[in-house]
Design a protein around this ligand. Sequence first.
Ligand code: PGA
Length: 257
Amino acid sequence: MDILIRPDAEGVAAAAADILADYARRGATLGLATGSTPLGAYQELIRLYEAGEVSFADSTAFLLDEYVGLAPEHEQSYHHTIRHEFTSHVDFDDSRVHSPDGTAADPWVAAQEYEQAIIDHGGIDVQLLGIGTNGHIAFNEPGAALNGPTHVDTLQPQTIADNSRFFDRPEDVPIHVLTQGLGTIQRAGHLLLLATGEGKADAIAALAEGPLTTMCPASVLQSHPRATVIVDEAAASKLHHRDYHRFVEENKLPRKN
Ligand code: PGA
């Protein structure tokens, strides 16, 4: 796992956008994430697009997750959010921006269909991830199957509380979700996890320096052959090996691809 430490959230966004833009220039399949953390990277990608430095015309996107019960046009559905925050501001073909069907009559069937759609497409080249304060990635809460597929899950009260800031009332936050599983995520070619702020410092330390355990779902990045974690100083503040991570980055052999 590569851990890149940047001074602040702007530095995290710029580093993430650089990597994602490289993939987009090759027409890659991008795994997109919602939540607050990736917004800076999306803004930077929109800026690069407007400057004529990147195009998404040949890319396809798969979202990580969706709330069960929220229609695509609902303001807080992730279907709507990703368009509002990113894809409708660039030249993404809207029909190639996929997300699990939150209003399917049978969410379990919708989960299977989404997993199959990713497989049929040929998989995800780079998957952008945030991390929950409890170590979740996508909506894989502590206890999730380490190699599970896209599935229906029940949010933890902590996650409902964290996400209630997006809703008028805490009781409006859906309790059930459709989410790519930890197995789905691990089949992506490159995992790119971003975190900013002190509130994420414990989760980042658990991800990078704790045991590989379902109690910290993000720790599966430890076993992925190509995982990049980009954090600001605050989110890195509880890593014991900060200096080593800096040393590794400063002495990195450039990749050929
Ligand atoms: P956040 O959410 O980016 O809004 O902090 C991250 C997550 O829960 O995965």
